[in-house]
Design a protein around this ligand. Structure first.
Ligand code: EPU
Length: 428
């Protein structure tokens, strides 16, 4: 088990290349189950969630071959093997095996998914969609059983705008008989990416990127080659880090339209941002002004960037208020930031951040993926050394984060934890 150490105060300078999108990758891999021949996905991020899903594809009989950042998935010998527990619990996105296996085999048995604890994360809308398509869904001792004689297209109105439910219903519906209409669908770029892969496989999907998606079921889906979109959350994280502790940072391989809500907030704070083809140039101007923000569904401010943004606000003059309307309990980073001297109050589900404050290095724990990102940014700004444990969360979603930060001029390294530290970590 390792910990990350950051000696704060070094200015970030230079270029960082953004990897393929984690939240696309975790849906594209299960989507390959639906094909009847080889699917190649290019540009996958080298993160543990991707490897876990690769292992799950192999567990059900898929052939998975890695060629650098391209994965070839051959689904010809796949079977609807129960995946009750084990690796399924390691991440949230294992729930995409439900839609993909139901769509391909008319049956699936999958353990309830794991992933970051952000407060309650129900999957009722996924299940509502599967049932509307004709599946019987039961929960038996913590595993979800899905069975259908055949899937038939249906009109499904999502009660909450959900990325996961939108993708999962798409996966189940592309081979269903007849037409499916998903209303109040989510519009995130990752959904468009998954629909692009499915369309390349022969699916008939219209309206992705709007809140009404129309799918005409087809009998078979074939193999294809697909290139993943860049990770807007990773790009956003480095952009915030550059605003917090940068001199001149180029964020390379980015679709800046995917980050408009973040860029608007940073400009309001006084950060200079130049957008060009596939790149952003970030130059912070001190002092930064505080802003308030609310997270919203896309294209609103992403919940996945509110924790990194909290760290940035500790440096800004005055008080900023962050309200997460998607996951109101996504606040575990705050106690850790307070250990680093941050002045943050939580009132009525909002975080009220007072600044500017000089953060101090401390021993802190990443309790979830984006909490980890927020602590890294805080560590870059802090006086002295910050020690971050809980790296397994960070490694689920950020490719080569230590190397990328080192390249930008940060002083960051990893060390093995001692036995005593491991025990302390496990008891904390
Ligand atoms: N919700 C329900 N019922 C459902 C599904 C969702 O009530 O059946 C609620 C959730 O509790 C939440 C809201 O709807 O309040 C939105 O949840 P959504 O389903 O959109 O989230 P998700 O699909 O489980 C994905 C990302 C998250 C990201 C959210 C919101 C993946 C694998 N995960 O989760 O990413 O925060 O969308 O954008 O795509 C992360 O990358 O750190 C991360 C947590």
């Amino acid at each position: 088990m390792q910990k990350m150490l950051i000696e704060g105060g070094h200015l970030l300078n230079g270029k960082v290349r953004i990897s393929g999108a984690k939240n696309s990758a975790v849906a594209l891999l299960p989507a390959a189950i639906l094909a009847d021949s080889d699917v190649a996905i290019e540009g996958l991020p080298e993160i543990s969630d991707v490897y876990t899903l690769g292992d799950l594809l192999e567990e059900i009989g898929g052939k998975v071959a890695w060629d650098g950042q391209t994965v070839h998935i051959n689904p010809e010998n796949m079977v609807s093997m129960p995946l009750p527990n084990g690796k399924v619990k390691k991440l949230r996105a294992s729930y995409y095996f439900m839609g993909a296996m139901l769509g391909k085999f008319n049956k699936a048995v999958i353990g309830l998914p794991g992933g970051c604890y952000l407060g309650p994360r129900p999957i009722d809308q996924h299940i509502k969609g599967f049932e509307a398509l004709g599946a019987e869904v039961t929960n038996e001792q913590g595993a979800i059983y899905l069975r259908a004689k055949e899937l038939r297209g249906a009109r499904i109105y999502l009660d909450v705008v959900s990325v996961g439910a939108t993708i999962n219903i798409m996966l189940a519906a592309v081979k269903a008989k007849g037409k499916t209409i998903i209303e109040n669908a989510a519009k995130e770029p990752e959904i468009i990416d998954v629909a692009t892969l499915l369309t390349n496989m022969g699916a008939k999907i219209k309206g992705v990127g709007t809140d009404v998606i129309r799918i005409e079921g087809v009998e078979t889906l074939h193999g294809c080659r697909h290139t993943i979109i860049p990770d807007r959350i990773e790009a956003g994280t480095y952009t915030i880090a550059a605003a917090a502790q940068g001199k001149e940072v180029i964020i390379d391989n980015v679709i800046s339209q995917h980050l408009e809500s973040l860029l608007a907030k940073l400009r309001e704070m006084g950060v200079s941002i130049e957008e060009s083809d596939e790149q952003l140039l970030i130059r912070p101007k001190n002092p930064l002004k505080s802003v308030d923000l609310k997270t919203l569904v896309y294209p609103g401010f992403p919940t996945d960037l509110q924790q990194p943004f909290t760290s940035l606000l500790t440096k800004a003059v005055n008080t900023g208020v962050i309200t997460d309307t998607i996951y109101s309990a996504r606040l575990k980073h705050i106690d850790e930031l307070r250990r680093m001297n941050a002045i943050i109050k939580v009132e009525g589900g909002s975080a009220i951040i007072s600044g500017p404050v000089q953060l101090q290095g401390a021993r802190v724990k990443a309790t979830d993926l984006r909490a980890g990102a927020s602590l890294i940014i805080a560590g870059l700004m802090a006086n002295g050394i910050t020690e971050i444990t809980g790296l397994e969360h960070i490694d689920r979603g950020y490719e080569k984060v230590t190397e990328k930060l080192l390249n930008l001029g940060a002083n960051v390294w990893r060390e093995e934890m001692t036995e005593k530290e491991i025990v302390q970590f496990q008891n904390s």
